[in-house]
Design a protein around this ligand. Structure first.
Ligand code: SF4
Ligand code: SF4
Length: 378
């Protein structure tokens, strides 16, 4: 074990110990039990194993409400800061569960790692286009059907993205497996339709990002629902973009119609609506993050949070620019830029902030089960 790893483990143990201290204080106080799912889940326990704390950390939505509401928050000597401590612990779990282990280091200096992978991907797409065609083709105006695939054959493009998607699916499943095992939850819970449905509803509406009904705490004592709205725009924008890509694939293979498509076709309409959501949502989230009270943030992981937001923003921005300028000489470069950004976004998904949504959903599944058991007695 090298020195670096030893320091990481000591730091992680310190965070676990602090989370345990806070949950013990909160379990005696219970003032915040109506704010979110974390406090009721905490009240179901008398002692907290590391797995329990990791579960609670991922159940926390980071609304921040329990900081200003707490009579023991800094500068009180008890120094109770639940949002920041759970955010730190959450970040530690992302790295601890990463698969394969060899790539867990991508979580360190995550912003730099993701920016480097994105730059390399864009460069490789440009180099690939030039190698496949000639240098001039990169700047040739070509807006006709199949223009994209004259720069890169459709089968090569589809094969590359199918391969990276399969890799991401396996990496995410393996990471989730590690989380589920760590929190000590049986696999059978994932086969309970009632728990799954409840978690889908809670995640789909971001029920626990409302600070107990008043909204998220930002830079002052005036909570608002803005962060929830921007999260929704980002999430549903992403889903619409995914639907646009899937529809385009069906157009290509089932109907034999090649991109680019006219503005009124389904892939373009879905992509435009999703792209707009994915521009406004990440901008709003970034602004909210910049304005947030530093006491609510996990400062050392600032780069990870910002990198994911920026990658989502760049995905939509380059997609929209490609749609607007697809018949111009800029199309070749914009296509390389867009494909490079999307590829790196996909590839780095298991090693960045994307995972917060996955672990939070799983934590909600467990919480739904626990709540039901408590209410029904079995
Ligand atoms: S955060 Fe503070 S007020 Fe809320 S339950 Fe914990 S100790 Fe009590
Ligand atoms: S930050 Fe919000 S979601 Fe997290 S524990 Fe506090 S009240 Fe609950």
């Amino acid at each position: 074990m090298n020195i670096h790893t030893t320091i990481d483990i000591l730091d992680m143990s310190k965070t676990v110990a602090e989370a345990e201290r806070l949950m013990t204080v909160c379990n005696s106080c219970r003032y915040c039990e109506g704010l979110c799912a974390v406090f009721p889940a905490m009240e179901m326990r008398r002692a907290f194993s590391e797995g329990d704390l990791n579960y609670l950390a991922n159940l926390c939505h980071g609304c921040g409400a329990c900081l200003p509401d707490c009579q023991f928050s800094p500068p009180h000597e008890f120094n109770v800061n639940v949002p920041q401590t759970l955010a730190r612990l959450r970040g530690d779990t992302y790295q601890a569960y990463a698969w394969p282990r060899a790539l867990s280091g991508l979580f360190e200096r995550n912003g730099l790692a993701i920016a480097s992978i994105a730059a390399l991907s864009v460069f490789l797409f440009i180099a690939g286009f030039v190698a496949w065609n000639d240098k001039a083709s990169l700047f040739r105006a070509d807006g006709g059907a199949g223009a994209f695939y004259r720069l890169m054959p459709h089968n090569a493009m589809a094969g590359l993205f199918i391969a990276v998607t399969l890799y991401v699916v396996v990496a995410v499943i393996m990471s989730c497996r590690a989380f589920w095992k760590d929190i000590g939850e049986p696999a059978a819970t994932l086969r309970q339709p009632v728990s799954l449905w409840q978690a889908i509803r809670d995640a789909g509406t971001l029920r626990y990002l409302d600070g107990g009904g008043v909204g998220c705490v930002n830079d002052d004592d005036m909570p608002t629902d803005r962060r929830r709205l921007y999260h929704h725009m980002t999430f549903y924008g992403f889903l619409l973009c995914f639907a646009a890509t899937s529809t385009a694939t069906l157009y290509h293979y089932l109907l034999g119609i090649e991109a680019p498509y006219p503005w009124y076709d389904l892939p373009v309409l879905l992509g435009t609506a999703g792209g707009i959501g994915l521009v406004i949502g990440p901008c709003g989230l970034l602004l909210a993050k910049l304005r947030r009270d530093p006491l609510l943030l996990d400062r050392p992981r600032w780069g990870m949070d910002v990198a994911f937001i920026v990658m989502l923003f760049l995905t939509s921005l380059t997609g929209l620019l490609l749609m607007i300028f697809r018949a111009s000489p800029a199309m070749g470069l914009l296509l390389a830029l867009h494909l490079g950004v999307v590829f790196s976004l996909f590839f780095t998904m298991p090693y960045g902030k994307f995972m917060h949504g996955i672990y939070r959903f799983l934590a909600l599944v467990r919480y739904a089960k626990e709540r039901r058991e408590l209410e029904t007695g079995h």
